[in-house]
Design a protein around this ligand. Structure first.
Ligand code: 4AZ
Length: 255
């Protein structure tokens, strides 16, 4: 997150941190954010797995994490049982379509997430939820604090960003071949704050009917906090039936 504010984990208790074990460095490397939408399921971006590494056993998900490089007793750590990447996900030079993936998590002793002040699920939006342009939402993560930095943020951060109309984003900020209706753009009025590298997969949360809903998933953007280049998010309302059907008995799919 460029600029923005330090966030207590209690204010974003649904945020997940996704790590991948690197054989080269023999360490778990932070790769992406995610959102806990069910005690056993984390929603994230498909492009988090585009390095070709899709074997669930190489991944680890941590919930309730305040600091990226230290561990505390509020955290819950999980193995990954299953990774489901959208079948129409595509990666075309800097832009992604259908950038959504599910991870099924399980503790070594067989449990899913346990609710606490630091770990909670976030609601999915209702299918017909359309928030108006300029509506203020919040994006959170441990991503870079500027476009050229080499380190991820050590602490969780949040930024307020405003939703941008589809026509403005397609015609003025990017172009219609890059931004489609599976995406929603959001940015800061002064282009001072934004999601950045490492925030990918994490939540764009918007308050509706006095509760927070997962309206977007951090997906892409040209640079970070760059003038006239808003953040582009996967529009969660477009994928509610995909999410629901894939959280069901996936193993019976072919019957
Ligand atoms: C990235 O590289 C990335 N400003 C994520 C979000 C944005 C740009 C880049 C949005 O993961």
């Amino acid at each position: 997150i460029v600029s923005g504010n330090i966030a207590a984990i209690e204010s974003q208790p649904w945020i997940a941190t996704i790590f991948h074990y690197s054989k080269r460095t023999e360490k778990d490397l932070f790769i992406c954010g995610g959102s806990l939408i069910d005690p056993c399921w984390v929603l994230t971006a498909a492009h988090c797995f585009s390095s070709g590494e899709k074997d669930p056993s190489g991944f680890k998900v941590v919930l309730g994490k305040s600091n990226l490089n230290t561990t505390d007793d509020r955290e819950q750590t999980f193995q990954v049982e299953k990774i489901i990447i959208h079948e129409s996900y595509s990666d075309e030079t800097g832009t992604y379509n259908n950038d959504i993936a599910l991870m099924k998590i399980k503790s070594p002793s067989g449990y899913c997430a346990v609710e606490s002040d630091f770990v909670k699920t976030i609601c999915l939006p209702s299918e017909n939820l359309v928030l108006r342009p300029n509506f203020q939402c919040e994006v959170s993560g441990y991503g870079k604090e500027d476009n050229w930095g080499i380190y991820y943020s050590q602490i969780l951060k949040t930024a307020n960003v405003n939703l941008i109309s589809q026509s403005l984003c397609q015609d003025k900020y990017y172009d219609p071949t890059k931004v489609n209706d599976n995406m929603i753009c959001a940015g800061d009025v002064q282009w001072k704050t934004d999601a950045c590298k490492g925030d990918s997969g994490g939540p764009l949360a918007c308050e509706h009917n006095s509760r927070m809903s997962l309206y977007g998933i951090v997906s892409w953007g040209e640079g970070c906090a760059k003038e006239n280049r808003p953040g582009v998010y996967t529009k969660v309302t477009r994928y509610l039936s995909w999410i629901e059907s894939n959280m069901k008995e996936v193993s019976f799919k072919s019957r």
